[in-house]
Design a protein around this ligand. Structure first.
Ligand code: GRF
Length: 214
């Protein structure tokens, strides 16, 4: 009996390099229980949409300014995602704050990747924030999306060094290499392993020591 894979809906706004890495891994057979079913962008000119199309994935867009309010805009996304049987949403460079409508349609089922070791340096220009602050290590974080900005339960992180002479471009590029690995690894794990959310913590059940697994 073949199992229906988890359908992932990707939300993007721009370049789409994480999207490209995920689709490449998908084609290489990395996901045994998931597939990217649809890509949506708030920016009809996002280069990532073309990447999705080249991989044969439906790539849709709508400008939020064409909707009377955020609720109607997000309802549009929810309806499209329902059409594609999406049950896990992955933000990959989606530059809009996720609102109540999407959050309540996919409770604890929206993930994001952020280019810092959260909770340090949330929001925009994270690599620059890290350089300005003078940290020696930065990296990236995959986390569940809640109603804050980059505040939801952390799922996975990867560290990279911040080197003397780094600028936003060099540090972002070093972090991006790790993003391209950890995002697919995390989507794979989320769709193949058992996990649950307890408060701020997302636990993979197989990682729990016996005494707190009950
Ligand atoms: C990545 O650095 C990601 O962490 C952040 O936005 C950037 C998107 O890059 N959320 P891309 O569009 O995937 O190339």
């Amino acid at each position: 009996m073949s199992k229906t894979p988890v359908h992932i809906g990707l939300l993007i706004s721009g370049r789409g390099s994480n999207l490209g890495a995920i689709l490449k891994n998908q084609e290489a057979g990395a996901f045994s229980n998931a597939r990217v079913a649809v890509v949506f962008s708030n920016n009809p000119g996002a280069p990532g949409l073309e990447i999705a199309r080249q991989h044969g994935i439906p790539a849709l867009s709508a400008n939020p300014a064409d909707f009377a309010d955020k609720k109607l805009y997000e309802n549009h996304i929810v309806a499209l995602f329902r059409d594609h049987q999406v049950s896990l949403v992955a933000l990959a460079g989606y530059m809009k704050i996720v609102g109540k409508t999407l959050l309540s349609a996919f409770p604890n089922r929206i993930v994001n990747i952020h280019p810092s070791l959260l909770p340090a340096f949330p929001g925009l220009n994270a690599a620059n924030q890290a350089i300005e602050h003078g940290v020696k290590i930065s990296g990236c974080t995959v986390h569940l999306v809640d109603d804050g900005v980059d505040t939801g339960p952390i799922i996975a992180q990867r560290a990279v060094p911040v080197l003397p002479g780094d600028n936003e471009e060099t540090l972002s590029a070093r972090i991006l290499e790790r993003e391209h690995e950890v995002y697919s690894e995390t989507l794979k794990r989320l769709t193949e392993a058992k996990w649950e959310v307890r408060g701020r913590h997302l636990f993979f059940l197989s990682d729990l020591p016996e005494k707190i697994s009950g």
